[in-house]
Structures are given as structure tokens and as C-alpha cells.
Ligand binder design. Structure first.
Ligand SMILES: NC(=O)c1ccc[n+]([C@@H]2O[C@H](COP(=O)([O-])OP(=O)(O)OC[C@H]3O[C@@H](n4cnc5c(N)ncnc54)[C@H](OP(=O)(O)O)[C@@H]3O)[C@@H](O)[C@H]2O)c1
Length: 398
């Protein structure tokens, strides 16, 4: 028996919105059509007839024929208002907006439960890799010990260019933006915000605890230099921007985002270009690895299509770990071995290392390798952004 038609109100017709339109056009398995598309700028030239478009959010939200909303805009405040309005009236919405979700998940989960609405967001973490649904459904036990991933396609694309072809940082960033991998604000990608937001969403589904993104340590690749790349190559490493969730005993866990000196034994060593990769490690099953395109119109559009199909089958996240598992606490009690490249002694003086195993100084290039507490990095996170330093950790030695 054919399911009732899904009539979609789409918000956003940018990289992902337009990608979804084409993916949906070519899907024979879902009985869905886009009725109306809300965009910001009515003057922009579009590839569809004008009567599809409006710039009035309320016109779409109030359309009684629409029975599924898909939110793919790059404005987290408006995205939040849309999601809240839809959920308050017990309707269904699919979103790809990781920033909005990372900041508002607890409230949006509560609204779903209160009004029996549905919010799905597979596209918000790792593009085409079905990480959220797997964490929800397959990893529905407490065996998992860590989740480690390359979650940002754009910074991985830049790092690949820097290592493989020796392109300079600015040219590699421009290329990522031209290809539609980079967010409109590059800081979201290169300073680790985007990976952090995805990590917050992943942690909520992996262990059932949400942590406010502003509490967490993240640093990115903006300050990477030729010296850092040369250092990594001499040691046989690559540098990857890694997001990590690690359980600390039975009660606590840590989260952070940082570039990592990654050895060839690490599963993510060969994850290149705009691809993402996630390693899930657990008691009894050791390591499992998921790999795929983490950004771009069609890979992300495919993840949205999967959520649309899931809505057709009345699927919603159960949030089993939040409801039924013992709540773990976020902790910064984790010692990390890091590489710190600095220019001035005054910059170095901010960092209180527990131990130092290697130190190098010269006229142009200085670094320290040593152990430091995550709590210390969290304390320094706003200062680090202003210093001329580059930080990376030796992931396999954590
Ligand atoms: N790009 C990716 O690979 C990727 C991957 C995963 C998730 N995402 C997420 O998907 C979302 C969309 O990303 P994108 O790359 O497609 O962005 P984009 O290319 O910049 O497109 C954004 C779209 O949102 C519309 N828009 C912005 N503010 C609006 C508002 N207040 N009201 C109505 N429409 C508004 C824009 O309208 P105009 O066309 O008039 O400017 C545009 O059509 C973001 O949350 C992003 O984080 C993106």
C-alpha cells in the first residue's frame, strides 16, 4: 500500500537545498514533492520557476497542505525559530543545521516529547555517513568507549592539499569554498567550531549526555605552518583535525576538537579531501570505522533524503540513552600529549605542561612536546585564538 504523499516545505535553496531537490527528483522510493521553498533573497536567480519561492517564513509554516518541513538554511537563529514553531505544533521537521542543534538540542528534544513532533538531523553530522541513526539504533548499549572522527570535510580538504600538493593555506581554503565544501564563514571550519557542534550532537546520541558547546575545548588549523607540516612528515605523520569523545571510567567522559599528529596505523590517516571518517571503539568489538563524503550538495542531500524517507515510515529518535541510561558527567580530567609550536616565549608562558619530553628552539621555529591537562587547555581556549601558536596532539598516545 502506498504511503500518503509527503508535501514538503523547504527552507533554503543553497548548496544543500538545491542538492536535495535533485536527489529527491531522482528518488523513486519516496512519495514526496516540494511544494514551497523559502529563501532569504528574492532577487537571486533560481533554477526553478518563481512560484516555488517565497521569502516569507510564515507563508510556508502556515501552509496547511505541507506535512513535512525541511530546514537547510545557514542562519541558526531563524533555523531555531522554525524548528521550535514546527515542534510546538507537533509536526515533523528535518534539519541540517549543526550549530542550531548543538546549542538547542535539550529544548528541542523536550518539545518533541511534549507535543509528539519529530525532528531528524542525520545531515548535521558527517554529511552522508549515517552516524546518528547508527548511534541511536545499533550502539544502543553501554559498550562504547570512544568516538574519534574527522567531522569537517572542508578542513580535511585543506589539510590534504597542504600535505599532498604543497598548496598554501589561503589557496586551499579558497578552493574548498569554491567547491561548496566550506561553510559561508570559514572560521566555522578552520577554527574547529563545525566539528565541535557535530561532536556535541554525536555525544548526545552516543552516550546520552548533552554538553553546552561553549564549555568545550576546540582549536583548529588556521595557524598551521610549513614547519608543522615538515615536522609531521619527518615523523611519518599527517595532521588531521580530530574530534574526540572518550569515556573516562564508568562515570565520566571528555570531549574536544584539536588537530592531531596521526600515524599511518590510525584508520583516519587515509581519510583525505572532503571525506569524513569516524572510528567507534568499544569493549568486546574493538574498533569499527565509517567513511564517506562529509559535505557537498549531493552527499548531504542524500542524508536529508534518508531522513525524509524515515519520516515517511514514522521514524523518530527514541533518545534511549537519555531516557534509560545512567547519566555520565563531562570531565576535563584528561592528560593529553601535545605538540605546541610557538613564536614568542611569552606565548609559550601561558601553557603549564605537566611534563616535557621534547623541546626545539631556533631563530624561526620553536616547539615543545609534552603533557598537559585538558582542563588547562579549556582555561586557555579564548587566549589561544589570539596567540601565534599551533597545537596538535599525539592521538594514538592518549
Ligand atoms: N554545505 C554542506 O556541505 C553542508 C553539509 C552538512 C550540513 N550543512 C548545513 O546545511 C545548512 C545549509 O547549508 P548550505 O551549505 O546549503 O548553505 P548555503 O549554500 O549558504 O545556502 C543557505 C540557504 O539558506 C537561505 N537562507 C539563509 N537565511 C535565511 C532566512 N533567514 N530565511 C530563509 N532562507 C534563508 C539562503 O537564501 P538565499 O538563497 O536567498 O541566499 C540560501 O538559499 C547549514 O545549516 C549547514 O550547516 C551544509
Amino acid at each position: 500500500m502506498e504511503k500518503p504523499e509527503l508535501v514538503i516545505g523547504l527552507f533554503g535553496f543553497g548548496v544543500v537545498g538545491e542538492g536535495l531537490y535533485h536527489v529527491l527528483e531522482n528518488s523513486k522510493t519516496v512519495n514526496a514533492r516540494i511544494k514551497q521553498i523559502c529563501i532569504r533573497n528574492p532577487e537571486k536567480e533560481r533554477s526553478l520557476p518563481p512560484d516555488f519561492f517565497t521569502n516569507e517564513v510564515s507563508k510556508v509554516l502556515e501552509d496547511k497542505e505541507i506535512n513535512l518541513f525541511v530546514e537547510l538554511i545557514d542562519d541558526p537563529v531563524e533555523a531555531y525559530n522554525i524548528a521550535k514553531t514546527v515542534l510546538q505544533s507537533g509536526r515533523r521537521i528535518v534539519s541540517g543545521n549543526k550549530k542550531m542543534l548543538a546549542f538547542h538540542l535539550p529544548e528541542l528534544i523536550e518539545l518533541q516529547q511534549k507535543h509528539q513532533g519529530t525532528l531528524l538531523y542525520e545531515a548535521s553530522a558527517c554529511g552522508s555517513i549515517p552516524i546518528i541513526r547508527n548511534l541511536e539504533e545499533y550502539y544502543d548499549n553501554d559498550l562504547m568507549t570512544s568516538v574519534t572522527g574527522i567531522l569537517n570535510g572542508s578542513s580535511n580538504f585543506i589539510l590534504t592539499k597542504l600535505f599532498k600538493s604543497g598548496t598554501d593555506y589561503a589557496a586551499a581554503l579558497k578552493e574548498a569554498q569554491n567547491l561548496g565544501f566550506a561553510e559561508s564563514d570559514p572560521s566555522a571550519d578552520v577554527d574547529g567550531f563545525d566539528a565541535l557542534y557535530k561532536l556535541v550532537i554525536i555525544a548526545t546520541h552516543a552516550i546520552g549526555t548533552w554538553v553546552h558547546p561553549e564549555k568545550l575545548f576546540h582549536t583548529g588549523i588556521r595557524n598551521i605552518s610549513r614547519d608543522d607540516i615538515r615536522f609531521a612528515i619527518e615523523k611519518g605523520f599527517k595532521i588531521k583535525l580530530i574530534a574526540k569523545l572518550v569515556k573516562l571510567g564508568k562515570e565520566n567522559f571528555s570531549l574536544f576538537v584539536m588537530p592531531s599528529l596521526t600515524s599511518p596505523e590510525n584508520y583516519v590517516y587515509n581519510v583525505e579531501d572532503e571525506y569524513n571518517g569516524v572510528i567507534i571503539e568499544g569493549q568486546y568489538y574493538d574498533k569499527q570505522f565509517m567513511f564517506g563524503k562529509g559535505a557537498g550538495a549531493y552527499p548531504t542531500g542524500s542524508a536529508v533524503l534518508s531522513d525524509i524517507t524515515a519520516c515517511e515510515h514514522a521514524y523518530s529518535y527514541e533518545y534511549k540513552k537519555i531516557k534509560y541510561f545512567r547519566k555520565l558527567s563531562y570531565s576535563e580530567d584528561l592528560k593529553l600529549k601535545i605538540y605546541l609550536r610557538y613564536e614568542n616565549l611569552i606565548d609559550l608562558s601561558h601553557f603549564s605542561f605537566e611534563t616535557i619530553s621534547e623541546k626545539y628552539t631556533s631563530l624561526q621555529y620553536n616547539f615543545v612536546i609534552g603533557e598537559i591537562w585538558l582542563s588547562e587547555l579549556v582555561r586557555l581556549k579564548n587566549i589561544i585564538l589570539k596567540l601565534n601558536v599551533f597545537l596538535a596532539f599525539y592521538e594514538e598516545e592518549v
